[in-house]
Ligand binder design. Structure first.
Ligand code: ATP
Ligand code: MG
Length: 150
């Protein structure tokens, strides 16, 4: 487990870039924390670290944004608006967790029973005007992803 205090938005972005360095094909990262905790912000950092140069929109309304980068494809989901996990199956999202793409998922708890177990959890909590972050490996793939993370 790696824990850290992130004092401002830029530190959240930079820590996301650090996480990106180790991410392996097929990794499912669950981004946890309440509304406004910084899940999209750390996803921006991860995408930046994976080589994405453009804007990163919150996927709250479309539920999914896809990034086809030179070295990998990244699916950024936000399941906040999901009311029944079956919606995830019906939309064909479940299959997207079985391939080599990296999945960054906000509100993965909305897909409980339908989604696989994450490889990594990234949990953000409020700490006055800052955030605390805790990164945990759940699977062997997750452990490999986090090996270099200080
Ligand atoms: N380390 C930090 N310290 C203080 N503010 C931060 C930090 N990291 C991010 N923020 C701020 O937190 C706010 C919310 O961030 P973000 O949109 O990423 O939250 P979220 O967890 O994705 O929310 P939602 O559940 O609505 O999708 C942003 O205004 C961002 O600037
Ligand atoms: Mg968000």
């Amino acid at each position: 487990m790696v824990t850290k205090t992130l004092h401002n938005e830029e530190e959240t972005l930079l820590f996301g870039e650090e996480i990106a360095k180790g991410l392996k094909a097929g990794a499912f990262c669950s981004l946890e924390g309440s509304l406004g905790a910084g899940k999209t912000c750390i996803s921006r950092g991860i995408l930046r670290g994976m080589g994405h140069k453009g804007h990163v929109k919150s996927p709250t309304y479309p539920l999914l944004e896809i990034y086809n980068l030179d070295t990998s494809t990244i699916y950024h989901f936000d399941f906040y608006r999901i009311t029944n996990p079956m919606e995830i199956l019906d939309a064909g999202f479940r299959e997207m967790f079985s391939g080599t793409s990296i999945c960054l998922v906000e509100w993965a708890n909305k897909g409980e029973g339908v989604l696989p177990t994450p490889d990594i959890t990234i949990s953000l909590t409020f700490n006055q005007n800052s955030r605390n972050v805790s990164v945990n490996a759940i699977s062997q793939l997750g452990q490999q992803c986090l090996e270099g993370l200080a």
